[in-house]
Write a protein that binds this ligand. Structure first.
Ligand code: MLY
Length: 272
């Protein structure tokens, strides 16, 4: 009983109240490690890639594999951050995550890639890897294939605002790149957009909220207050900075389909 958590993990023993390991879904085996997989290489520390910034889901950034852990979990650094090299701002992604992409993904898909901190001029992977003597993670390591993604830009949907996931909002597919969707929240600035996988469980068909009796956040409609806040150009979002510019009014789509305008301002927006 006096075993420390660390000792317990090492000995692999269960405490009486611990959920036993077999109850958990095992992380997927990356295809490159399956028998007959295309290649035997895995991610290696230092490899460069592109990744959705988990603290600012509207951006895809140059990133680095900082650590390869057991079961193919990767610690990833977002290179546009001011890093203190302590690892405090690394993120854990599984090697099969749909939120990481091979170098060149953004260029091929005409997406603005956020360059590393301090990078001057237009970003070029070729020059960057050459000058830094870096290596890009081979494209075969990434899980980009998907049976079929039939989303099209312009389609309406309901999507969780993953920076405030209790908010499920009226949204529109802005772009589709293979299995990756760019979701725009109706009435909100583009900086609130989210890159999200088409197989994510955080997006729903129109009518979902009504079906499950959950409040749907309607499109934000401009008010005088929100027009003023708009001029104040809100700061970039992200968990590291306080989100700003949230003044506005939700057009609240209630479950009986009659729309009511719910006024809300500032940080209290849509608080229920
Ligand atoms: N006022 C909050 C909430 C913003 C929610 C935006 N979503 C619905 C797209 C803020 O600005 O952080």
């Amino acid at each position: 009983a006096s075993q420390s958590y660390h000792e317990k993990c090492i000995s692999g023993g269960y405490g009486d109240n611990d959920a036993p390991t077999p109850l958990f879904v095992q992380p997927p085996t990356p295809s490159f490690l399956r028998p007959n997989g295309a290649t035997a290489i895995n991610f290696i520390e230092g490899m460069k890639l592109e990744a959705i910034d988990p603290l600012n889901l509207s951006t895809i950034c140059v990133a680095t594999v900082m650590k390869v852990m057991r079961q193919n979990y990767l610690m990833i650094r977002i290179d546009s951050y001011e890093s203190d090299n302590t690892g405090s701002d690394w993120f854990c992604y599984h090697a099969t995550s749909p939120s990481i992409f091979p170098a060149g993904f953004c260029q091929i898909n005409n997406i603005q890639l956020t360059p590393p901190k301090g990078y001057e001029g237009e970003f070029s992977w070729y020059n960057y890897l050459k000058t830094t003597k870096g290596t890009a993670a081979p494209p075969t390591l990434f899980h980009r294939e998907v049976n079929s993604c039939q989303f099209e830009s312009g389609m309406s949907l309901e999507a969780a605002d993953l920076m405030d996931p209790r908010l499920v909002c009226v949204a529109t597919v802005k772009a589709v790149h293979g299995r990756l969707l760019q979701v725009h929240f109706d009435g909100w600035e583009d900086e609130f957009d989210q890159w999200i996988d088409s197989q994510s469980s955080d997006i729903y068909p129109v009518g979902w909220c009504q079906m499950v009796s959950y409040k749907l956040e309607g499109p934000r409609v401009a008010t005088e207050v929100s027009a003023a806040s708009h001029r104040r150009k809100p700061k970039l979002r992200g968990g590291r900075k306080k989100r700003g510019g949230g003044c506005g009014t939700f057009l609240t789509a209630s479950t009986d389909n009659s729309s009511t305008v719910g006024a809300a301002t500032g940080a209290g927006t849509a608080r229920r």
